[in-house]
Design a protein around this ligand. Structure first.
Ligand code: TRP
Length: 324
């Protein structure tokens, strides 16, 4: 029997290559070895964006389309939407009973977001309980592994603590999930900040060639390399960061840049070519998928049904162990 994997993303719409190298690639690579469940965490999106849900459905749709574009296969993996599997919410309720509030208040992501996010009222029970819902997502499938980036480690640790507490009270029912860390290749945005849709500095998956060209041309370079044969500083240069993502051996390029033998224009040309090859098939696949909405809808529906079956088995066991 294959071990099980579950992971999710909050639906933010179209994905960029930061998502790909930060998480998705890992998801794709795990599909053969594990029994994989991948979900759009649309309830989690509500925890911060509850006031305006007008884009929620479309965002899930586009995000899942990009999963397929990236190589997530509906034949191999269960692809589904969290909000369609009511079992998560029932387990969320049960886990809410046994989770000490202190664990939630202490969670670093909670503290950080309460501090940093100013334009939304986050004094809600749902926002505080975010990690409990995430624990329910994982535990309802008895997942062994959860591929995530480092930013999610605190949530995973909480899931493990909740599991131990649950099993301690009600018997050894749930599996303590382990994080599978994605070694995040740090993909900067074209302006050097973190790649993020809200900064307008993203390169999207399946981007068309002419848009790619524009973006590569706009990329920030080493500000000290003004003339083409000035010596450059590859570390901290956006173009070079991209070069590193697509090429294993960068030593030679690095030396050439440092010695002034490589111009930024030349370097950008090469990066553009790497990006163009990477994006070409994705762009084509993206068009095909988005042209036939019913295809994707069918995949999600099938995934939802499979997820429900698995989740329901665990929920039945849980209810028995709680003597409900
Ligand atoms: N919190 C995760 C994120 O923001 C999304 C998520 C929700 C998730 N439920 C999950 C990730 C379960 C892994 C497992 O990226």
């Amino acid at each position: 029997m294959k071990k099980r994997v579950l992971s999710g993303m909050r639906p933010t719409g179209r994905l960029h290559i930061g998502h790909y190298f930060g998480a998705l690639k890992n998801w794709v690579d795990m599909q053969d070895e594990y029994d994989c469940y991948y979900m759009s965490a649309d309830w989690h999106a509500l925890t911060t964006d509850y006031a305006d849900t007008s884009d929620l459905k479309q965002n899930s749709f586009e995000m899942i389309a990009d999963w397929l574009v990236s190589g997530i296969s509906p034949e191999k993996s269960v692809i589904f939407k969290q909000s369609q599997i009511y079992q998560h919410s029932e387990l969320f309720l049960i886990l809410s009973m046994i989770t000490p509030l202190g664990w939630l208040y202490r969670c670093p992501t909670y503290k950080e977001q309460i501090r940093e996010i100013e334009n939304k009222d986050l004094n809600n029970y749902g926002f505080l309980g975010y990690p409990i819902l995430q624990a329910a997502d994982i535990l309802i499938y008895k997942a062994h592994f959860v591929p995530v980036g480092e930013d999610q480690l605190a949530h995973l640790e909480l899931s493990r603590e909740i599991t131990r507490r649950f099993n301690n009270f009600y018997g050894n029912i749930l599996i303590e999930p382990q994080a599978k860390l994605t070694k995040t290749a740090k993909v900067p945005g074209i302006d050097g900040r973190k790649m993020s849709k809200s900064y307008g500095n993203s390169i999207f998956l399946g981007e068309e060639e002419k848009d790619l060209k524009n973006k590569v041309w706009q990329m920030f370079t080493d500000p000290q390399k003004i003339k083409k044969d000035d010596p450059g500083h590859p570390e901290g240069c956006v173009v070079f960061a991209f070069y590193e993502i697509f090429n294993k051996d960068v030593k030679d390029k690095c030396e050439k840049c440092k010695s002034g033998a490589l111009s930024c224009v030349e370097c950008k040309k090469e990066v553009f070519e790497c990006l163009a090859v990477f994006s070409k098939d994705m762009a084509q696949k993206r068009k095909e998928i988005l042209a036939d909405k019913s295809y994707l809808e069918k995949i999600i529906k099938t995934g939802n049904e499979k997820a429900q079956d698995t989740a329901d088995k665990t929920l039945t066991e849980i209810k028995q162990s709680l003597k409900l």
